[in-house]
Design a protein around this ligand. Structure first.
Ligand SMILES: Nc1ncnc2c1ncn2[C@@H]1O[C@H](COP(=O)(O)OP(=O)(O)O)[C@@H](O)[C@H]1O
Ligand SMILES: [Mg+2]
Length: 247
C-alpha cells in the first residue's frame, strides 16, 4: 500500500498513528453544532454538560465514558458526538468509539470510512492504532464500529474488549463510547460495567418515566456509574437551523 495515503500523528507516550487520510468534504450528512457553531447557546449547553461531568466525579478522573438511553432515537449519537467535540475543544485527546455495533452512525456524522473499526480490533483482525481515524476536529479521533458482527454483546463483553479499552486509555486522555439503547439489548449494560461513567440521555416527553427508571435500574444492576442525565430535544423555540438541544 502506498504510504502517501497516510498521515502520521504523534499521540501519548511517543506512539505514532499512521492515519488514513480522509477526503473530507464539507457536506456532512449530520451537522455537529459544537463544531460548526461553537458560540451558539446550544454549544454552550454541551459545555455545561462537560463541566457537570467533570465535577460529577471529583475523586477519580473520568477516562472512559459512555452515552446511552432507554430507547432508540433519543439522541445518544448526537449527544456523544457533541460531547466528544467539546472535550476535544478543551485540548484533551479524545477517542470516540462507536460501540453501537448494531446501528452504527459515527461514520456518517464524521464523514469517515467504516471499512474497519471496533469489531475488527476486538476480533484481532487489526490493531487499534491502525483502525483509529482522525476527524476534522483537532484532538478528536474516531474508531468506527467496523462491519456489523453477528454477536455484538459477546464481543463487547469479551476480554479482548477489555484490552482495547486499556490500550485506548493509555493512548488518549478520554475515551467516549456511543452505544445501543439499554432496553433493547444488553450491550450498553455490559459496557457500562467497563466504563468509569455513563451518561443517560432522555428525550423529553417521549421517554416514559417507567422506561427511564428501568434504564436506571439496568445500569445500576450492571454496577455502572451514572454521571448524570441529559434531557434532550426539549421543546424550545427554534434557535437556529440545527434544533439541537442539550441541557
Ligand atoms: N436535540 C435534538 N434536537 C433535534 N433533533 C435531534 C436532537 N438530538 C437528536 N436529534 C435527531 O434525532 C435523530 C435521532 O438521534 P440520534 O442521536 O441518532 O439518536 P440515537 O443515537 O439515540 O438513536 C437524528 O435524526 C438526530 O439528528
Ligand atoms: Mg445512535
Amino acid at each position: 500500500m502506498k504510504r502517501q495515503g497516510y498521515k502520521k500523528i504523534k499521540i501519548r507516550g511517543g506512539v505514532t498513528l499512521a492515519l488514513i487520510r480522509n477526503k473530507h468534504n464539507n457536506q456532512l450528512k449530520r451537522n455537529i453544532i459544537t463544531k460548526h457553531q461553537p458560540k451558539s447557546p446550544i454549544s454552550e449547553q454541551y459545555r455545561t454538560i462537560r463541566t457537570n461531568i467533570e465535577f460529577s466525579s471529583l475523586d477519580e478522573d473520568i477516562r472512559t465514558m459512555m452515552i446511552t438511553s432507554a430507547g432508540p432515537g433519543e439522541g445518544k449519537s448526537t449527544t456523544t458526538a457533541n460531547l466528544a467535540v467539546v472535550f476535544a475543544q478543551q485540548g484533551k485527546r479524545v477517542l470516540l468509539i462507536d460501540a453501537d455495533l448494531r446501528k452504527p452512525t459515527v461514520q456518517y456524522t464524521f464523514n469517515v470510512l467504516n471499512t474497519r473499526g471496533l469489531a475488527n480490533v476486538i476480533s484481532q483482525q487489526t490493531v487499534l492504532t491502525d483502525a483509529v481515524q482522525e476527524s476534522e476536529v483537532e484532538n478528536l479521533f474516531i474508531l468506527t464500529s467496523g462491519p456489523i458482527p453477528p454477536n455484538p454483546s459477546e464481543m463487547l463483553g469479551s476480554k479482548a474488549m477489555d484490552r482495547v479499552i486499556e490500550e485506548a486509555t493509555t493512548l488518549f486522555d478520554i475515551v467516549i463510547f456511543d452505544t445501543p439503547p439499554l432496553l433493547a439489548v444488553t450491550d450498553a449494560q455490559i459496557l457500562s460495567n467497563k466504563c468509569d461513567g455513563t451518561v443517560l440521555v432522555t428525550q423529553s416527553k417521549k421517554t416514559e418515566k417507567e422506561q427511564l427508571l428501568k434504564a436506571k435500574e439496568l445500569l445500576q444492576s450492571a454496577k455502572g456509574k451514572i454521571l448524570g442525565v441529559v434531557l434532550n430535544k426539549m421543546n424550545m423555540k427554534k434557535l437556529n437551523d440545527y434544533y439541537y438541544y442539550g441541557s
